[in-house]
Ligand binder design. Structure first.
Ligand code: GCO
Ligand code: MG
Length: 412
């Protein structure tokens, strides 16, 4: 068989998504997620101008060869735009291979290593009572692991905290639905690391007192601390037995993790902004992290993330695949198939897409008793309703950014 057509679809039901749809001569279709939050159209251009012309007439069965051709053949390697584009092709080819074989992708990856995937949800609140309500709501929805994000006294708007105005129809208030924040300029938030470091341990103490010692708790520091501040944070949070502390410091300088690691036994998760195995290589080899946060969508697809996770397995490092709502239902499905198949699965982030997104993307995954399962439809198990997709055209949307009190731009 050969690839007859490849179409790049941009839709914005609750937020922008970029999807690649590959069709073979026999009419078999495969979907891939190429969404790069806030920079979506750069990937659209990369795919449409440079990748799609190379796919027409290619053999869709040659997944590894196509990956190598797109990666090495471009000469210019790595980077989020390139790797999201390659990821979309890779996912779509796995989807097609599954459909041709009549098997769900996880079967092609070696079959299920577990009955379902432990998932964590995002609880948040400006103040403790709101945070507690949010934790309770997540527990009622069946979550068995919960990420805790909270306001900091003196700060107005912080990553990860839901507000009513951000609610766009998903039911409960959530911070990730973008239409409320769309516009020509990114929304500005404020930050003060010293205030945060003083406040956060007390929040975890309160949460542990309220919900007991067993519930796995996670926290995302979202790249905002220096290495020594991150080391202190990890140390101060030790009594509260976190499942993980995420992105405790920006990781362009990977040596920074060595400093953090030498001060704390709090498990560390990193890598949602990484895009190749090379970004993880030294952190894995030197055992400086405990969880690989790479997303199938941003790491070059199932093929590439699988290799990274197999390497991590040699060091007992587990998966913690990125799964916020800017990973489309197609990217989430790819994560679930991969997570079900590998031995070193750790946990899956799961935020739930909004209703409009679920109308555009028909999905086969299940969520029961706190566990996700990709379902048993051949391929990835996701189809796109093109008419519904067209009803939600692209809208410019930026991620927010941070400034300190004196006006200095800070990591968001
Ligand atoms: C997470 C992430 C996200 C990112 C978002 C950026 O842990 O889920 O930090 O919330 O901020 O994916 O596009
Ligand atoms: Mg994160």
């Amino acid at each position: 068989m050969t690839i007859r057509d490849a179409e790049v679809i941009v839709t914005s039901p609750d937020r922008n998504f970029v999807t690649l749809k590959i069709t073979t001569e026999d009419g078999v279709t495969g979907l891939g997620d190429a969404t790069l939050n806030g920079r979506e159209l750069a990937v659209v251009a990369y795919l449409s101008e440079h990748v799609v012309p190379l796919l027409i007439g290619a053999d869709e069965a040659r997944i590894e060869d196509t990956w190598q051709f797109l990666y090495r053949g471009a000469y210019w390697r790595r980077g989020p735009v390139t790797m999201a584009a390659i990821a979309a092709v890779d996912m779509a080819l796995w989807d097609i291979k599954g459909k041709v074989a009549g098997l769900p992708v996880y079967q092609l990856l070696g079959g299920a290593s577990r009955t379902g995937l432990l998932a964590y949800g995002h609880a948040s609140g400006k103040e403790l009572p709101e945070l507690f309500d949010s934790v309770r709501a997540h527990l009622e929805q069946g979550y068995r692991a919960i990420r805790i994000q909270t306001g900091v006294p003196g700060l107005h708007a912080i990553y990860g905290i839901a507000s009513q105005s951000a609610d766009t129809g998903g039911g409960t208030a959530r911070y990730d639905h973008e239409p409320a924040r769309r516009g020509a300029r990114p929304v500005q938030e404020d930050w003060d690391t010293r205030a945060y470091l003083r406040h956060l341990p007390g929040v975890f103490e309160a949460v542990r007192n309220e919900f007991g010692p067993e519930l796995p708790l996670l926290h995302d520091a979202h790249h905002r601390s220096t290495p020594i501040q991150a080391a202190r944070l990890g140390k101060d949070l030790e009594p509260y037995d976190l499942f993980w502390l995420e992105d405790c410091t920006p990781a362009e300088n990977q040596e920074a993790l060595r400093l953090v690691r030498s001060h704390t036994t709090t498990p560390l998760a990193i890598g949602e902004v990484f895009n190749t195995a090379w970004d993880f290589k030294d952190l894995i080899r030197d055992q400086l992290i405990d969880y690989v946060r790479g997303a199938v969508t941003h790491m070059g697809g199932i093929t590439a993330l699988r290799k990274t996770l197999d390497y991590a397995a040699m060091y007992q490092i587990k998966s913690g695949m990125h799964g916020p709502t800017d990973i489309s239902p197609v990217g989430m499905a790819a994560a679930l198939h991969l997570g079900l198949a590998i031995h070193n699965f750790g946990i899956q982030e799961y935020m739930k897409h909004g209703q409009r997104t679920d109308e555009v993307f028909q999905q086969s995954f299940t969520w029961s008793n706190g566990l996700l399962h990709p379902g048993d439809k051949p391929g990835l198990g996701v189809e796109i309703d093109l008419e519904a997709a067209r009803a939600h055209p692209y809208e410019r949307a930026y991620l927010p950014y941070n400034r300190l009190a004196d006006g200095t731009v800070h990591d968001w």
